[in-house]
Ligand binder design. Structure first.
Ligand SMILES: Cc1ncc(COP(=O)(O)O)c(CNc2cc3ccccc3n(O)c2=O)c1O
Length: 427
C-alpha cells in the first residue's frame, strides 16, 4: 500500500528527534559506551529509592534500586522493549494478523505504547486527518473521539448503525457517490479514514458482527481507505468466542487498532497501544516524540513486570474475572431497567462494554431533563446529545454506565429516572 497518501501535511513534515535517536542508540549500546550525549538527569539525584507493589493474588512487583533508577528515567518513544514484545505476542495469539509476516514497507504489524488509547487516537487523527477531509464514522460515538476530531476541521460523514454496529449497506450507499478509481487522484475527496468502535460501543453498547466487519473491510479495499479500530472494550465481551477483529482480517495492512488497559488493569496508569502497519506506527511515534516523548517508564515497567509474571494465560484468567464482574453488572442494570423503565423507555442488551443506551419515551431531547431535573432527583446520566457529531442536535437517549454503581444503587437510580420520565411526559 502507498501509505504516504494518507499522511497529513503536519505528519509528513515530522522528522525523528535527534535526541531520541541518540537515546535509543545509547540504550542499544554495550555498557562500555561512555555517553556525554544525552541530556538525561542523573537518577542518583532522584528522591525515590525502591518500591514494592502488592498484587491482589499475593505476589509483589519489586522495583529494587537499579530498577527504580530505570523506572524514573527517560525511555524509548515506541515503548519499553519488554512491554512491546509481550504485547506483540498477545496480538499474535489473539488476532494473528496477516501483516505479521509482511515486510516493513508492505505494512508489517508494528506496535507502540501510548498514554492511554486516547493519546493513540489523538496522534492517529493528527497523522491522517487534514482540514476538509471526509471522515467516516458511526455516530453516536465516543465524545473523546469527537473532541479530538472536530477541531481538525474535517467533514465527518455519519454512517447509519444499529445494535449490531455500522451497517455495511449504508456505508456502500454513502461511498457510491464516488468512483473508486478517483481515490488516488491528487486532491481526491474520497474518504481515506473510517473510525469505529467494534465492541461494546461507547455510548451505544453495540457490537459489530464478524460478517459486517468483513463487508466493511471489503469496502475499505474497494475505495482504499484505512480503518481505525478503536477497541477498548474488546476484553469486555461477555460471551466467547470473542469476535474476530478487523486486525485479524487485515490482508492489506489498512487497519490501525487502538487497545487499552484502562478497563482491565487500570485507567489511571494510562497505558494504551497502537497496532498497525509499520510505516504508520513509526509515524505515530514521531508525533509522540514531539509531544509526550514516551509513556511513563514507571507505569510501563510496573505493568510489564505484572504481565511477565502472569504470562498470557494468567492475563486472560484475570480478564475472565473482569468480564464476570461486568456481565453481572450488566445483568443487574437490565433487570432494573425491566423493573422501572418498561413502557417508559427502550434499550438493547449490550454484548460487551459498560454502557446501556436508553431511549426515553415522550422526551425529544434529554439534555435539560438530565442537567436540571435529574440532579434534583439526585441521579446522573449522560445526555445522548454529547455523543452526536452536532451536540446541539436534539437526542432522546441517555447513556447509563454499569461500571461503578452497585446493583442496589443502579436499581434506585432507575427508580428515580422512572419518576423523572413520568413527570416530564405529563402534559
Ligand atoms: C471508545 C473509547 N475509546 C477510547 C477511550 C479512551 O480510553 P483510555 O485508553 O483510557 O485513554 C475511551 C474511554 N472512554 C471514557 C473515558 C472516561 C474517562 C474519564 C471519565 C469518563 C470517561 N468516559 O465516560 C468514557 O466513556 C472510549 O470509551
Amino acid at each position: 500500500m502507498n501509505y504516504s497518501r494518507f499522511l497529513t501535511a503536519v505528519s509528513a513534515a515530522r522528522r525523528p528527534s535527534a535526541i531520541r535517536i541518540l537515546t535509543e542508540l545509547q540504550q542499544r549500546s554495550p555498557p562500555s559506551l561512555i555517553s556525554l550525549a544525552g541530556g538525561a538527569p542523573n537518577p542518583d539525584t532522584f528522591p525515590f529509592q525502591f518500591a514494592t507493589i502488592k498484587v491482589k493474588n499475593g505476589d509483589s512487583i519489586v522495583f529494587d534500586e537499579a530498577t527504580m533508577k530505570r523506572a524514573l528515567q527517560y525511555s524509548a518513544s515506541p515503548g519499553i522493549p519488554e512491554l512491546l514484545s509481550w504485547m506483540k505476542g498477545l496480538q499474535k495469539s489473539l488476532h494473528n494478523p496477516p501483516t505479521l509476516a509482511y515486510s516493513p514497507e508492505n505494512g508489517q504489524m508494528e506496535m507502540c505504547v501510548t498514554t492511554g488509547s486516547q493519546e493513540g487516537l489523538c496522534k492517529v487523527f493528527e497523522m491522517l486527518v487534514n482540514p476538509g477531509d471526509n471522515v467516516l464514522l458511526d455516530a453516536p460515538t465516543y465524545s473523546g473521539t469527537l473532541a479530538a476530531l472536530l477541531p481538525l476541521g474535517c467533514n465527518i460523514i455519519n454512517v447509519p448503525s444499529d445494535q449490531h454496529g455500522m451497517i455495511p449497506e449504508a456505508l456502500g450507499d454513502i461511498l457510491s457517490r464516488w468512483d473508486p478509481a478517483d481515490a488516488h487522484a491528487p486532491g481526491s475527496s474520497v474518504p481515506r479514514v473510517l473510525y469505529t468502535i467494534p465492541n461494546g460501543g461507547n455510548p451505544t453498547g453495540a457490537s459489530m458482527t464478524a460478517q459486517r466487519k468483513q463487508e466493511v473491510y471489503e469496502l475499505a479495499r474497494k475505495y482504499d481507505f484505512l480503518i481505525i479500530e478503536d477497541d477498548p472494550y474488546y476484553f469486555l465481551q461477555f460471551q466467547k468466542p470473542w469476535a474476530p477483529t478487523f486486525l485479524s482480517m487485515d490482508v492489506d495492512g489498512r487497519i490501525i487498532r487502538t487497545d487499552s488497559f484502562s478497563k482491565i488493569l487500570s485507567s489511571g496508569l494510562r497505558i494504551g497501544f497502537v497496532t498497525g502497519p509499520k510505516p504508520l506506527v513509526d509515524r505515530v511515534v514521531l508525533h509522540i516524540q514531539a509531544s509526550t516523548m514516551h509513556t511513563s517508564t514507571f507505569t510501563q515497567l510496573m505493568v510489564s513486570q505484572l504481565l511477565q509474571d502472569w504470562g498470557q494465560d494468567g492475563f486472560l484468567r484475570h480478564v475472565d474475572g473482569v468480564v464476570q464482574f461486568y456481565r453481572s453488572q450488566r445483568n443487574a442494570m437490565l433487570s432494573s431497567a425491566d423493573r422501572w423503565l418498561k413502557g417508559l423507555a427502550e434499550w438493547h442488551a449490550p454484548a460487551a462494554g459498560m454502557f446501556l443506551w436508553i431511549r426515553l419515551h415522550g422526551i425529544a431531547d434529554t439534555k435539560q431533563l438530565i442537567m436540571e431535573k435529574a440532579l434534583e432527583k439526585e441521579v446522573l446520566l449522560v445526555p445522548g446529545g454529547v455523543f452526536n457529531i452536532d451536540s446541539s442536535e436534539a437526542c432522546p437517549y441517555v447513556r447509563a454506565a454499569f461500571s461503578l454503581s452497585t446493583p442496589q444503587q443502579i436499581d434506585e437510580a432507575f427508580k428515580r429516572l422512572s419518576a423523572l420520565i413520568r413527570e416530564a411526559a405529563q402534559p
